[in-house]
Design a protein around this ligand. Structure first.
Ligand SMILES: Nc1nc2c(ncn2[C@@H]2O[C@H](COP(=O)(O)OP(=O)(O)OP(=O)(O)O)[C@@H](O)[C@H]2O)c(=O)[nH]1
Ligand SMILES: [Mg+2]
Length: 253
């Protein structure tokens, strides 16, 4: 990561609008600052969060860095992206490194800059494996990077929220999903019950019910919790589950 950032003029940090703070990587920002690089925060997946909330996050991040919100997959905000890059750096040609956690939409952002599908994207986190350079314009080179994996991989909730790894690669998807379900209930009460039409509060009962509903039963007829857990985690990673937070000072107000 340091090598890529050193090579770049500008660092574009992509965060997920549903969880801006948890998908923000301060360590990378520090690294970029130490190397004297300008940082642009791109709040992506704006289609999943109300606009007034996005405005608040924009204001919040703008205290530190240039910030925009976009929806890369719906190709909304491409012009904002060009404008901010031009504004931040006068140098020509300019090289922009796109960084962030897995699955936040880094490769999709590159594709909207390029104007066509140029690098691979996928709902499965960890898709981009290599640093790839793409020429988006005569004066603009963008560098796609693999997602940063959180150092603390024993925090199962973070593994889900930061879409660090797909559920198949998790040591215990059930534990992770249970923590996720509890967290969801705190952030947005009833959100999962509504999405899945399952009226259970207890996370284990919820998973059992989901497994039964989807016909995920063992040979003995027991609900397969692990399969239900993977569904929930995957649905977060693919954007089927959504909620929002308010920036810290807003929450206090
Ligand atoms: N709802 C929504 N989904 C998006 C948006 N941008 C990207 N996605 C989806 O998020 C998933 C991940 O997108 P990628 O561009 O592959 O993400 P990445 O950051 O490159 O992921 P890695 O290469 O795994 O680090 C894909 O399923 C995209 O379609 C967006 O603005 N809104
Ligand atoms: Mg990628």
């Amino acid at each position: 990561m340091r090598r890529v950032i050193r090579e770049a003029d500008v660092v574009l940090e992509v965060v997920d609008a549903r969880e801006p703070l948890r998908t923000r990587c301060i360590a990378i920002e520090k690294m970029a600052e130490r190397l004297g690089k300008k940082i642009i925060i791109v709040i992506n997946k704006a289609d999943l969060v109300p606009r007034d909330v996005l405005e608040k996050w924009k204001k919040y991040f703008s205290k530190e860095h240039y910030t925009i919100y976009i929806s890369a997959s719906s190709r909304l905000g491409t012009r904002k992206l060009w404008t901010v890059i031009k504004k931040v750096c006068n140098k020509r040609p300019v090289k922009v490194a796109v960084v962030g956690y897995p699955n936040v939409g880094k490769s999709t952002v590159i594709n909207i800059l390029k104007g066509r599908h140029s690098v691979g994207t996928s709902p499965i986190p960890g898709f981009t494996k290599h640093v790839t350079q793409v020429r988006a314009a005569t004066w603009l080179k963008v560098i796609d990077t693999p997602g940063v994996i959180p150092v603390e991989t024993s925090n199962e909730l973070d593994l889900v929220l930061k879409s660090a790894i797909p559920p198949e690669k998790m040591e215990d998807p059930v534990v992770a999903a249970v923590k996720f379900i509890k967290y969801a209930e705190k952030v947005s009460p009833g959100v999962l019950q509504e999405i899945y039409s399952i009226d259970e509060q207890n996370p284990y009962d919820f998973l059992k019910h989901l497994a039964k509903k989807r016909g995920l039963l063992s040979r003995g007829g027991e609900p397969r919790l692990e399969e239900a857990a993977k569904i929930v985690i995957r649905d977060w990673q693919s954007g089927k589950i959504t909620w929002y937070h308010l920036p810290p000072e807003e929450e206090q107000a």
